[in-house]
Design a protein around this ligand. Structure first.
Ligand SMILES: *[C@@H]1O[C@H](CO)[C@@H](O)[C@H](O)[C@H]1NC(C)=O
Ligand SMILES: *[C@@H]1O[C@H](CO)[C@@H](O)[C@H](O)[C@H]1NC(C)=O
Ligand SMILES: *[C@@H]1O[C@H](CO)[C@@H](O)[C@H](O)[C@H]1NC(C)=O
Ligand SMILES: *[C@@H]1O[C@H](CO)[C@@H](O)[C@H](O)[C@H]1NC(C)=O
Ligand SMILES: *[C@@H]1O[C@H](CO)[C@@H](O)[C@H](O)[C@H]1NC(C)=O
Ligand SMILES: *[C@@H]1O[C@H](CO)[C@@H](O)[C@H](O)[C@H]1NC(C)=O
Ligand SMILES: *[C@@H]1O[C@H](CO)[C@@H](O)[C@H](O)[C@H]1NC(C)=O
Ligand SMILES: *[C@@H]1O[C@H](CO)[C@@H](O)[C@H](O)[C@H]1NC(C)=O
Length: 393
């Protein structure tokens, strides 16, 4: 189809190069002066390569061959000419360890305002986070490894993100994104190193990936809609969380979320929905957790509408104003390492509605067994197996 069309245009205009313009072209960072010695800052080489790939009138690929590249920080920005753009990382890109450099960044590497972007190549983004974890070297939060902003039609696959300083991958205002075969790794004691953090984005599919971090494997916040999460192995980490919701005034609804066929191993939580204690108005609805294996989590199933980790919400007499409704937990099995295997702690002013527990089988082996479920302001019903017995009314 394309070549026929091209041929016609070429024929009419008498310009054969119209056809060749639709071609794919590879821009190798080594041709742009990248040193690949793991020490010299290669940011300029990557950015210059990107500029040409972005301006190229066909499909453009920025290639980072194998080798180690120190990159102090880079923003790969569109809009671009031509059609799809590819960021092919075969090597390892390393982040700076000097706070004078990394403290100035919101994201270490970001991509923004691009239509059709493919990030792939079996390479690694190495955030070198150990130099920053648990310290307070910056006035602002530690940088994300990958910031993905305002991208339509994004595919991220077969890449590694290791030891991010802050969140590994931040997805903001993206539409139609697919993540697959993504490996994210940071130790369980690395603070705030969420795996994939999604906000204000639609039609996102995260599939067949391994995520182990010191915080949420996946966090889904305000304005996330039509999110499909399948085949994720999570652990260590804090599980897959919706929230925390109800903090910012521009709150948009969270809806149509499906988490299916995922496994959690030694995580703090399994599947969780949390809203700030004393929050502003909001809504989270049509959420399904289905076919989930949870091994040895402290809170395998938890809704917490009194979330306040810093314990600084005590002055508030008001309850959360985020309405949680139509949440299904179906076929969730495995084990809990705390007595409260199910916690449904909802808002007194906005009780949870339409909570469904179906075929729950969570074992608990300890002197104070069996496990229990605890409910506050939670309405719905339980069917099928009930281990522990449901507290829903
Ligand atoms: C890219 O598009 C801009 C705006 O349409 C145009 O001015 C420029 O010549 C294009 N660049 C190339 C290399 O085709
Ligand atoms: C250019 O990218 C588009 C979108 O990903 C793809 O459908 C097309 O096959 C690519 N064309 C070439 C020549 O690689
Ligand atoms: C990234 O982390 C994985 C898992 O811990 C490890 O196997 C791999 O060697 C790391 N890659 C780099 C470049 O450090
Ligand atoms: C989610 O992804 C799975 C696996 O690709 C697919 O089978 C399923 O239909 C998707 N669900 C939705 C609601 O898009
Ligand atoms: C609930 O979300 C799923 C996707 O997870 C979607 O297929 C379905 O249509 C939604 N249901 C309603 C009632 O909107
Ligand atoms: C289960 O989780 C607890 C608490 O996180 C941990 O101390 C323990 O080592 C884990 N058990 C196994 C078998 O991994
Ligand atoms: C409590 O402190 C944390 C961390 O400083 C902050 O993010 C949060 O907004 C505070 N909560 C309230 C209700 O003030
Ligand atoms: C709900 O959370 C509040 C605040 O953390 C706590 O005081 C209460 O005991 C919890 N209720 C249940 C049933 O878990």
């Amino acid at each position: 189809m394309t070549s026929k069309c091209c041929f016609k245009i070429g024929f009419i205009l008498g310009l054969v190069f119209v056809c060749t313009n639709a071609q794919e072209k590879v821009f190798n960072v080594l041709s742009y002066g990248a040193k690949a010695d793991g020490r010299t800052d290669d940011s300029k080489a990557l950015l210059n390569g990107w500029r040409d790939a972005c301006q190229w009138n066909g499909n453009g690929t920025l290639l980072i061959p194998s080798g180690e590249y120190m990159v102090n920080g880079a923003i790969f920005s569109g809009p671009c000419n031509g059609s799809a753009k590819t960021f092919e990382i075969k090597g390892v890109i390393k982040a700076p360890t000097d706070p004078n450099i990394f403290c100035k960044l919101e994201s270490w590497i970001s991509f923004q305002y691009i239509h059709f972007l493919d990030i792939k190549g079996h390479g690694t983004f190495d955030g070198q986070g150990a130099c920053a974890w648990g310290k307070h070297p910056c006035a602002t939060p530690l940088p994300y490894t990958l910031g993905l902003y305002f991208i339509n039609n994004l595919i991220v696959h077969d890449i590694h993100s290791n030891n991010s300083k802050g969140v590994h991958v931040n997805v903001y205002k993206c539409i139609n994104a697919k993540f697959r075969h993504v490996q994210i790794a940071a130790p369980d004691n690395s603070p705030n190193t969420d795996g994939i953090h999604i906000g204000y984005s639609k039609n996102i599919h995260i599939a067949d990936s391994n995520i182990g971090t010191g915080d949420d494997c996946i966090a889904i916040i305000d304005g996330s809609q039509n999110i499909n999460i399948t085949g994720i192995t999570c652990g260590p980490g804090h599980g897959i969380s919706i929230g925390s919701l109800g903090k910012v005034p521009t709150q948009e609804v969270v809806k149509d979320i499906q988490v299916k066929s995922c496994t959690f191993i030694n995580t703090q939580n399994g599947v969780r929905i949390k809203t700030w204690a004393s929050s502003i108005a909001g809504m989270a609805t049509n959420i399904t957790f289905d076919d989930i294996t949870i091994i040895n989590a402290s809170n395998p199933i938890i809704i917490d509408q009194h979330y306040c980790p810093e314990r600084n919400c005590s002055d508030s007499t008001q309850e959360s104003c985020v309405q949680i409704k139509d949440v299904t937990f179906n076929n969730i099995r495995g084990s809990s390492n705390s007595k409260a295997a199910i916690t449904l702690n909802c808002s007194a002013s906005h009780p949870c509605k339409g909570i469904m527990l179906n075929d729950i089988n969570l074992e608990y082996h300890a002197p104070d067994a069996p496990a229990i479920s605890t409910c506050a302001n939670a309405n719905g019903k339980a069917t099928g197996k009930e281990l522990p017995p449901s507290c829903l009314k």
